[in-house]
Design a protein around this ligand. Structure first.
Ligand code: KG4
Ligand code: ZN
Length: 499
């Protein structure tokens, strides 16, 4: 293998350029075949240029995709950004792996719940565009996410949202390197809208496609915002449907330290806000946080959930019941009264409930995080950060309280800005980039894919990692029916297969 210096390639060589990352996923490996005639043009991390011969490659032809490399300067410009893509090459039969430098620009699509979002992100961390269309009107009308209506709402705006993301980024479809889309966990009907759009788009423009885990995306967006955040780290992921404590050992390698045995904290915020008659149009969580500022957090003595269970799991169903009872015992009639039209005294009573609920809901997080830090440091002593993300992590009180916890433990708190904590396309695009540069993606779907006959790979119930065995709770009665194998187990199995 000879090293060559730049400028190396004539235009004719460039027109033969293939860029072929390792097929790691099981489905990609099915199409793998050895090709003796492929050459890779690599810029190594140390800045030297090499031309390499690739032996372990997929059949998929990237020619069309890299047609935008047709001029030297563009190639140079693209490769000048430093992003590593690991390539497997055959060095005279001995095999090996090398890091190449390549810029990728990925479109991320998110429709797992009630937000239709798209964004375009570069592998150097630049966010070129981000668009979110929320269903808050539907939420306030129906009091929760009704899957059929949510699906309908996604269908109405998805094309426009993606188009807007391209326009705001000032890009054409062919400028993209790949499409990333959330495939789970979430509501099947909703996931389907995003996946269908992503496959049509990727099929039409011959782009690779990366299926993304929604909760992994919530965690990894922290690495986009804080470039220095390295694995391993601890993450608390708090949203409307999930409450997770995760030890992120490496990309795609997660240990689940705790989860909820019933409701997630976001669901408890939303229900409490509704029962208190708050304006749900901006979302229950933000409305409750705002009202709680006016209340006395010690006025009502709600009990902290699961005190007797010395593990890292969560429960919010009992706290919801306590709140319901507190509202009933104070004769607050939320059916008739909208918060904006009530008298001062009534408003104070509601604010006290809001503040007391928020204090105890967050105390539960604090206690679990204290224990999780202890466990995580036992498993990975090099941990220095706790990431908090997911919609509820945009709450200022949550951030303040958890900041105290990490400080006591000599860690640092890493918290994405609120707009990147709630559901968004940026986190999906970024997670796509993280996997794409390790070669984890599927080839473009056929342009004429028969959507009624193809069964999309949707994973509505999909754990991020295996449960931490020593921390398994006795209080757990988790429903295990029809759960997809965890992301971590899938990746580990495919890595073994390709070793
Ligand atoms: O991550 P996310 O946007 O969607 C899901 O994956 O569920 O989280 C939405 C949840 C909702 O329950 C919402 O009320 C809550 O996050 N949330 C908040 C705040 N902002 C959003 N909860 C408390 N305080 C907030 N400021
Ligand atoms: Zn979410």
């Amino acid at each position: 293998m000879m090293g060559v210096s730049f400028p190396l390639a004539s235009v004719s060589l460039l027109s033969h350029l293939r860029f072929i990352p390792i097929p790691i996923t099981a489905s990609a490996s099915a199409s793998a075949s050895a090709s003796a005639s492929s050459w890779l043009l690599l810029c190594l991390r140390n800045g030297s240029w090499r031309r390499k011969h690739a032996a372990a490659v997929t059949k998929w032809d990237h020619r069309h995709h890299y047609s935008s490399f047709a001029s030297h300067s563009l190639l140079k410009q693209r490769l000048s950004h430093s992003v590593a893509v690991r390539i497997r090459y055959d060095n005279g039969g001995s095999g090996g792996e090398e890091e190449a430098v390549l810029m990728s620009t990925v479109l991320g699509i998110e429709t797992s719940c009630d937000d239709t979002a798209a964004a375009i992100v570069c592998s150097d961390g630049r966010i070129l565009s981000e668009v979110v269309s929320s269903q808050t009107d539907l939420l306030s009308r129906y009091g929760g996410v009704a899957p059929k209506m949510a699906e309908e709402a996604h269908l109405q705006v998805i094309d426009q949202v993606v188009q807007q993301a391209l326009e705001n980024a000032n890009l054409k479809e062919t400028d993209l390197s790949a499409v990333a889309v959330t495939i789970g966990p979430g509501l099947s009907l909703c996931l389907r809208v995003g996946v269908q759009k992503a496959r049509r788009f990727a099929g039409k423009f011959r782009l690779p496609i990366i299926g993304v885990h929604h909760m992994e995306a919530h965690a990894l967006v922290a690495r986009l915002v804080h470039k220095e955040l390295e694995f391993p780290f601890l993450a608390l992921l708090i949203s409307g449907g999930h409450n997770l404590l995760i030890l992120a050992r490496d990309l795609g390698d997660y240990v689940q330290l705790g989860t909820t045995i019933d409701d997630a904290i976001g669901e408890a915020f939303d229900k409490t806000a509704r029962w208190l008659g708050l304006d749900m149009r901006r979302g229950g969580g933000p409305a409750l946080e705002e009202l709680a500022r006016e209340g006395d957090p010690h006025s009502i003595k709600f009990s902290v959930p699961m005190k007797q269970h010395k593990d890292c799991n969560f429960s919010y169903a009992g706290l919801k019941t306590q709140v319901r009872m507190a509202i009933e015992s104070r004769n607050i009639n939320t059916e008739k009264n909208v918060i904006s039209s009530i008298d001062c005294e009534d408003r104070k009573a509601r604010a006290d409930i809001a503040a007391s609920f928020q204090r105890v809901a967050v105390l539960h997080l604090e206690e679990r995080c204290e224990r999780a830090i202890e466990w995580a440091l036992g498993i990975e002593p090099s941990i220095t950060s706790l990431v908090i993300s997911g919609g509820v992590a945009s709450n200022q009180y949550v951030r303040l309280r958890l900041d105290d916890v990490v400080e006591r433990n000599d860690l640092q708190l890493v918290c994405p800005p609120p707009r990147l904590c709630t559901d968004n396309g940026v986190m999906v695009a970024w997670t796509g980039i993280e996997h794409f540069r390790l070669g984890r993606f599927d080839p473009p779907p056929p342009e004429d894919e028969q959507e009624d006959t193809v069964q999309f790979d949707l994973r509505p119930r999909w754990p991020l990692g295996e449960e931490y065995a020593e921390g398994r709770s006795k209080a757990r009665s988790l429903k295990r029916a029809r759960v997809h194998p965890s992301l971590t187990s899938i990746i580990q199995a495919s890595v073994k297969l390709h070793r």
